[in-house]
Design a binder for this molecule. Structure first.
Ligand code: PBG
Length: 326
């Protein structure tokens, strides 16, 4: 059938008909809300992140409150990022049992909030040099030694009660190392959500500002993926699945929707996408200038990420959009 019998506009005439044929629907239950927790903030203190208007570094108490808010809005998971008071060469604040994240996990769990607490497992927020691992004398990252520290980090988070661990460091072999360690301590049912295809992206700029985790020298190109490569991302994802990842992630989301789509077509396990800090801040900056319709852009962007194939979206907009959707 073709025009004039076939008319595509028939199904676009009003909101009801558009909604009834909608192929993609956002729902708060698919959002994960990233929360920054800063050691040294007290009471309900929180400080706004200059490059991420509307997003804060929270005290533990304030982070717990933020989790409760997210839970009340129907969000099922938060992912925690820590900003320690002291950083050192081996990122002690990331894996010690009284680290800021471990304390926050316990505080959320003590309150009994009905939300999945996910621990980001990486070293860059905790190392004095800002790199994602343990450095050799020549300044390069020692992959296998780093894995031992990532294992320590994951174990300390799980002992504190975290529900899911999410390694974001991009070292080779870290998923199997973490899986083995968790299993050997009896944590066989704690899932791993791996940042499987994480690109060396300029879109993380505001996050590094938020977490003061920019590398003191060099960059992350020796471990994070090179933006031109998509087939390589499928290999990364496949390896992580073989190593035991239960959920895999593509990051960033917007500039990598093709990767997300290809991953969706190839793999049948749950797929997450991270709508990262730079994607957030660009929308906020343009909105503040009155250049774009903020609400429509946010919904369009998140819908695109879901349409491309994401089951789960990590987004700083989680509470805002959950509110809109309710
Ligand atoms: C590493 C990590 C980063 C992000 C999440 N986990 C930063 C990096 O790789 O430099 C970025 C998230 C964002 O930009 O929103 N711990």
């Amino acid at each position: 059938m073709k025009f004039p019998e076939k008319r595509m506009r028939r199904l676009r005439g009003n909101k009801l008909i558009r909604e009834i044929i909608s192929e993609t629907r956002l729902h708060p239950s698919n959002f994960i809300y990233p929360i920054f927790v800063k050691e040294g903030l007290t009471g309900l203190e929180k400080e706004e992140i200059p490059s991420m208007p509307g997003i804060f570094r929270h005290s533990i108490k304030s982070a717990v409150q933020e989790c409760q808010k997210a839970c009340d809005l129907g969000i099922k998971g938060v992912i925690l990022f820590g900003i320690p008071e002291k950083k050192d060469e081996v990122g002690t604040g990331g894996w010690s049992d009284d680290g800021i994240i471990q304390k926050t996990i316990r505080a959320i769990k003590e309150k009994g909030i009905d939300i999945l607490v996910i621990g980001d497992v990486c070293m860059c927020e905790y190392t004095s040099h800002g790199h994602c691992g343990i450095l050799r004398k020549d300044g390069s990252i020692d992959n296998d030694v780093t894995n031992e520290y990532l294992v320590k980090t994951a174990l300390s988070q799980v002992r504190a009660g975290v529900d899911i661990v999410a390694p974001s460091d991009m070292m080779d072999g870290r998923v199997s190392a973490i899986r083995k360690a968790l299993d050997s301590e009896g944590f066989t049912n704690v899932p791993i959500m791996s940042y499987a295809a994480k690109y060396a992206s300029a879109f993380y700029g505001p996050f590094r500002d938020a977490a003061s985790s920019a590398p003191a020298f060099g960059d992350r190109k020796s471990h994070q993926m090179d933006p031109p490569n998509a087939r390589e991302a499928l290999v990364e994802i496949e390896l992580d699945i073989e190593e035991g990842a239960d959920i895999v992630m593509v990051k960033p989301a917007l500039a990598y929707l093709d990767v997300l789509r290809r991953a969706r077509e190839r793999f049948d396990i749950p797929l997450a996408a991270y709508n990262v800090s730079g994607e957030y801040s660009m929308i906020e900056a343009a909105s503040q200038n009155g250049w774009i319709d903020r609400k429509r852009i946010i919904l369009e962007v998140l819908t695109a990420i879901k349409r491309a194939g994401a089951d789960i979206i990590l987004t700083y907009y989680a509470p805002l959009v959950a509110g809109w959707l309710s």
